[in-house]
Design a protein. Structure first.
Length: 301
């Protein structure tokens, strides 16, 4: 029952993250991607600083953890935030969500390289199938012909930076509280983007109507504040690989929300690609169970 509750909390985080594809597409119609990223990070840091002040001030740093925090802040916040919003200028929320769906497999592959976790042939087959699905989507069906756009490249950067971020956070969670990790990674990410603010602020559109400012503030608090905090807090209880597997629900949620709010519907290539990604993810999730089933079937024969 406790584990089910954890998965439900993590699923709610995935739902809010999926909604960010739609909200991000709306916000970048009024502000530049770097502006949205900086504004949101300011809001997030202020929010987390208010609700987690005690945990933040009591944090004890080691050189290794401080270095990991800096790397996580740069990869998982600065690069991830900017590439995410910039990608939505050049590709649809559905395509961005489908590419990000491969984060669980990339996370697992990186865990294999870093921690030497065992993987069998079924897992590798699932990984290949998923990557073929991504290739189908980013090349718009032309797997052999190179036709990858800027939006797809930026989405790949978003996915890779997020996968690396999950692994680092999982390691940091053994020594630090979720509140400290979430606050300091966002603070570092904001500090990395501050130098760009001196050039973009004079060009910022301050005449945007208040509903969009409210959307900017509330989405920052819920999606990047509360959701990230809950994710970092609960992820350590089931591990980064298992937690990241829930991200395969994100494209389906993004497709649904995109159809409802943006009236954008998935193309046939996106549907075929998403099915391949889903099949690959299922093989990667259940590769141990499938191996046992095949072994038992072989024995009965």
């Amino acid at each position: 029952m406790k584990q089910l509750t954890i998965y439900m909390i993590l699923f709610s985080c995935v739902f809010f993250w999926a909604s960010n594809f739609i909200i991000g597409s709306i916000l970048i119609e009024h502000w530049a991607p770097i502006t949205v990223a900086i504004f949101r990070l300011i809001i997030i840091v202020l929010f987390l600083g208010c609700i987690s002040w005690k945990a933040i001030t009591r944090t004890i740093f080691t050189r290794k953890n401080l270095l990991l925090l800096v790397i996580a802040g740069i990869l998982g916040v600065s690069i991830n935030h900017y590439s995410f919003y910039a990608s939505l200028q050049h590709t649809s929320p559905i395509t961005a969500a489908l590419i990000l769906a491969c984060a669980p497999i990339v996370t697992s592959l990186l865990n294999k390289l870093i921690y030497h976790e065992s993987r069998n042939g079924i897992f590798w087959l699932g990984a290949i199938i998923s990557f073929v699905g991504v290739g189908l989507i980013i090349t718009k069906g032309a797997l052999i012909t190179i036709s990858i756009g800027k939006g797809e490249v930026l989405s790949l950067i978003t996915m890779l930076s997020f996968s690396l971020f999950l692994i680092i956070v999982n390691h940091l969670s053994l020594k630090m509280s979720a509140q400290s990790i979430t606050f300091y990674t966002n603070l570092i990410g904001l500090l990395m983007l501050i130098p760009f603010s001196f050039t973009i602020l004079p060009q910022t559109n301050w005449q945007v109507t208040y509903p969009y400012w409210i959307l900017l503030v509330l989405s920052a608090i819920v999606i990047h504040g509360v959701s990230n905090l809950m994710w970092n807090q609960k992820m350590k209880e089931i591990g980064s690989t298992n937690a990241s597997l829930l991200l395969n629900f994100e494209p389906a949620i993004a497709m649904l929300l995109s159809a409802i709010f943006l009236k954008q519907f998935p193309t046939s290539v996106q549907i075929y690609g998403s099915l391949l990604i889903l099949l690959g993810i299922l093989l990667c999730i259940y590769y141990k169970e499938i191996k046992v089933m095949l072994f038992m079937k072989g024995k009965t024969n």
